[in-house]
Design a protein around this ligand. Structure first.
Ligand code: FES
Length: 117
């Protein structure tokens, strides 16, 4: 687990979503936004985010790839609890609404599951 300084709101972070059909969707998001914000703002299919980021639905589940996975702070208890209900959950699983984009995550790649719980 890494500790990061607060996000610089002027910074742009590049995020690549790998979709279940093998295609990719690359977008830019402002530092301080979440992975969920990046997905919703760019119409990434498969990130439903039914609760709007409240950590109560797990329909923003995604798999974070290395080396960015290791850059993330550990999930808090609420996130861990919700991930138990996520389809295909594994050690790379995170809720996109709980991942804040910071400079160290520039270039982050995440996989979007074929279905959400
Ligand atoms: S949007 Fe509902 S848990 Fe992330």
């Amino acid at each position: 687990m890494q500790q990061h300084s607060p996000a610089d709101p002027g910074q742009q972070i590049t995020v690549t979503f790998e979709l279940p059909d093998g295609s990719e969707q690359r977008c830019r998001a402002a530092a301080g936004e979440t992975l969920m914000d990046a997905a919703l703002d760019n119409g990434v299919p498969g990130i439903v985010a039914q609760c709007g980021g409240g950590c109560t639905c797990c329909t923003c589940h995604c798999w974070v790839l290395s080396p960015w996975l290791e850059q993330l702070p550990a999930p808090h208890r609420d996130e861990r609890d919700m991930l138990e209900y996520a389809w295909g959950a594994c050690r790379r699983s995170r809720l996109a609404c709980q991942v804040t984009l910071v400079e160290a995550l520039d270039g982050i790649r995440v996989q979007v599951p074929a279905q959400q719980s």
